[in-house]
Design a binder for this molecule. Structure first.
Ligand code: M1P
Length: 258
């Protein structure tokens, strides 16, 4: 307890509310889906950081957050949590985390990835591009169309998937095929789903802030419904959750709150 208070006092004592942390999802909350952050949002975050500690918790890897928020993303937030917090930074310094491959082991991983690639090879969808499995530190990301598709192609796939339930069916098959792997399959974006060990959802990032002694933790996300990748952190007992419909909505709620 004393350690927590000391840590907090030394790190965020320059803020108006030093015991408050505000965490944000990225796609659909801070930025339009897979697009760049707008200047108005950067301005709002800068002002907010004078009052509270701020962080983001995204499903994507850090490379994508650098593309969307800026190459200096690590300087813009007190906490940067990529891959749900499996890649984590506090004030620009990396924090230690676990890894997907260490959890699963090479042999079980090979079985899983071979199955996924065979399933995608047999999928009859309008177009396919490249990078069907993206290997990350804390998860793999699986995309039936392939992550190399263009923006118009991803929008088309999203519509097609909504009608035909491609990802939903895929996830059902994987759950049946690998019941003993202890994995969660999370459809968070437009063209893919994330696969990670149970419990490694966005609540994972909370373990990195446990010792900071925050009294209030806010979270803003757009996929807060059950099954969405913001659901677990949004409904966590230690978190005050805010469900948003767009980056503009995020700004509106922030103005009301702070
Ligand atoms: O942040 C939400 C999701 O964003 C991307 O999804 P997609 O490319 O399908 O729109 C991915 O990076 C995914 O990992 C992430 O959860």
């Amino acid at each position: 307890m004393l350690r927590s208070l000391l840590t907090m006092a030394s790190t965020f004592s320059d803020r108006k509310f030093p015991d408050t942390l505000v965490l944000f999802d990225v796609d659909g909350t801070l930025t339009p889906a897979r697009k760049s952050i707008e200047p108005e949002m950067l301005e709002v975050l800068k002002e907010l950081r004078e009052k509270v500690a701020i962080g983001f918790v995204g499903g994507s890897d850090l490379v994508k957050q650098e593309e969307q928020i800026g190459a200096n993303v690590l300087e813009l937030f007190d906490f940067c949590f990529a891959e749900n917090g499996l890649t984590a930074y506090k004030i620009g310094k990396i924090l230690s985390s676990e890894s997907f491959i260490a959890y699963l082991g090479e042999s079980r991983y090979k079985k899983l990835v071979n199955f996924i690639l065979k399933y995608i090879a047999d999928l009859d969808i309008p177009i396919k591009r490249g990078t069907f499995v993206e290997f990350r530190n804390g998860m793999i990301n699986v995309s039936p169309i392939g992550r190399n598709c263009s923006h118009p192609e991803r929008a088309e796939f999203e519509k097609f998937d909504l009608k035909n339930g491609i990802r939903k069916k895929f996830v059902e098959v994987l759950k049946k095929e690998f019941p003993d792997y202890g994995l969660t399959f999370s459809i968070g974006g437009q063209i893919s789903f994330d696969v990670f060990p149970q419990g490694w959802d966005k609540t994972y990032c909370l373990r990195h802030v446990e010792s900071e002694g925050f009294k209030t933790i806010h979270f803003f996300g757009d996929k807060t419904f059950e099954g969405g990748n913001d659901f677990e952190i949004f409904s966590h007992p230690s978190v005050t959750g805010h469900s948003v419909t767009s980056p503009q909505d995020t700004r509106k709620i922030l103005k009301e709150l702070f």
